[in-house]
Design a protein around this ligand. Structure first.
Ligand code: C5P
Length: 216
């Protein structure tokens, strides 16, 4: 891998793209960026000072201050922060500021795996590999519930499902950079597939591209 190699992974919340991105980055020794954390960082900054999520200029300022080396997953992974992130993510100016940072990251050797909603379509349209990872809303809700229960929590399945459907609608329905598969993306539906199988399928796609690259 001489020039920066890019793997773009998009898909809705809870489809397993984060785990897949981590596995691929480890296996191919690439840098890893969960771009959702950048939108979460903006939302978190506003929530912390009690500013409304539709305050565009405050969101722009927060976006400029996002430091990719200081994204704290423990703080940013809260469910409410994800919900808030999808609200600040509708603003084109906020997106432009974050997308620039994400592109700089992708350009850094040896390359990167980036996961999000618009990586293959907007952030890295020339990515070497584009994957679109999805699963039915019901399966994603069941996984989220199992996750919550595994750490001793309780939640209502119907509420989780409604949440997921609402977030999908916001992410797929926004005017700027809506969630959708890039034209040439490989589709991975993890509804009936364990993460290991998804990883093997993704690896086959990457290895195939690498083999053709090495021959060229
Ligand atoms: O992936 P995650 O759940 O952390 O993303 C939180 C929110 O950030 C998403 O629901 C989406 O609205 C937004 N996002 C985005 N573009 C990305 C990554 C995340 O709009 N590339």
């Amino acid at each position: 891998m001489t020039s920066p190699f890019t793997i773009a992974i998009d898909g809705p919340a809870g489809a397993g793209k984060g785990t897949l991105a981590r596995r691929l980055a480890d296996h191919y020794r690439l840098n890893l960026l969960d771009t959702g954390l950048t939108y979460r960082a903006v939302a978190h900054a506003l929530l912390q000072v009690g500013l409304p999520l539709d305050n565009v200029s405050a969101a722009e300022t927060a976006a400029r201050q996002v430091d990719l080396t200081k994204l704290d997953r423990a703080v940013l992974s809260a469910h409410a922060v994800g919900e808030a992130a999808s609200k600040v993510a509708v603003f084109p100016t906020v997106r432009r500021i974050l997308v620039e940072k994400q592109r700089d990251f992708a350009r850094t050797p040896p390359g990167a795996v980036l996961d999000g909603r618009d990586i293959g379509t907007v952030v890295c349209p020339d990515a070497d590999i584009k994957l679109y990872v999805t699963a039915s809303a019901e399966v994603r809700a069941r996984r989220r519930l199992a996750e919550i229960e595994s750490i001793g929590g309780t939640a209502d399945f119907a509420e989780i499902l409604a949440d997921i459907v609402r977030r999908d609608e916001r992410d797929m329905g926004r005017a700027d950079s809506p969630l959708k598969p890039a034209a040439e993306a490989h589709l991975l539906d993890t509804s009936e597939m364990a993460i290991e199988a998804a990883f093997l399928a993704a690896m086959a796609v990457v290895d195939d591209v690498l083999a053709r690259r090495n021959k060229a």
